[in-house]
Design a protein around this ligand. Structure first.
Ligand SMILES: C[S@@+](CC[C@H](N)C(=O)[O-])C[C@H]1O[C@@H](n2cnc3c(N)ncnc32)[C@H](O)[C@@H]1O
Length: 231
């Protein structure tokens, strides 16, 4: 994993530090029993979404879904669309798997792996209707900025994986990261800022509030959304 010239150029360092955290018995059970039904492997050839979901429908990918409640809500609200969530934090994956089973959702699948690698290796060019990245780890310190998932090479990769007309939706509660996202995404020629160059989206663009966002709002943080369309 992560060898070879291309991979090093794309992303020399990871955007996360694996911290296992405590897992509830329910999360453990879900990981053991439900991955076979709702989970997909992080490594392997490009996914055939028609085979995965058993139908042809628009697919939205979310990287870093946390506990997955906002992704679950989107899947529940849009039964005619399919959703693929990627998260490295196993308790969050266990939580989402249990909730998918509880609600009997057939339009959501889960991968427990590095979302950048999955995007690079398992997602075909022009196969996504949407990609969402909500409240990625901000990596506040300047010397850690290289760990931020949003980089010029990542945005070019996202643009390649989106179908023409597909949407990239990002949100953060950290102003410095919001400006970083705006500068880089505005500079990606295959993406069009729906709010106009240099502007943030006027609202959440219909997405549900996330757990991380709620915590930030309670502490008085601002929220910046950015929505782009693949040209
Ligand atoms: C600050 S949390 C936000 C979680 C959620 N989106 C929310 O708003 O509640 C960022 C999440 O991204 C995950 N993450 C970071 N880098 C990732 C990567 N390369 N692939 C998959 N998940 C990643 C972390 O494990 C963490 O759960």
């Amino acid at each position: 994993m992560c060898t070879g010239q291309d991979q090093r150029q794309l992303r020399p360092v990871r955007s996360f530090v694996r911290r296992e955290g405590r897992m509830t018995d329910g999360q453990k059970r879900a990981l053991e029993n439900l991955m076979a039904r709702y989970g997909l492997a992080g490594e392997g050839p490009a996914l055939d979404f028609q085979a995965v979901f058993g139908r042809q429908a628009p697919v939205t990918l979310e990287i870093g879904f946390g506990n997955g409640e906002s992704l679950l809500e989107m899947a529940r609200q849009s039964p005619d669309q399919d959703f693929l969530g990627i998260e490295v934090h196993r308790p969050g994956v266990g939580h989402l798997l249990a909730r998918v089973e509880e609600l009997g959702l057939e339009n959501l699948r889960v991968i427990c792996h590095d979302g950048v690698e999955v995007l690079r290796h398992r997602i075909a060019s022009q196969s996504l209707d949407g990609l969402q990245l909500f409240f990625p780890d901000p990596w506040h310190k300047k010397r850690h900025h290289k760990r931020r998932i949003v980089q010029a090479a990542w945005l070019a990769l996202v643009a390649d994986r989106l179908q023409p007309g597909g949407r990239l939706h990002m949100a953060t509660d950290w102003q410095d990261y919001a400006e970083h996202m705006l500068t880089l995404a505005d500079a990606e020629p295959a993406l069009e800022n729906l709010a106009g160059v240099g502007r943030f989206a006027p609202d959440r663009g219909g997405r549900p509030e996330t757990k991380f966002e709620r915590r930030g709002l309670q502490r008085g943080h601002g929220v910046w959304d950015l929505i782009y369309r693949k040209r």
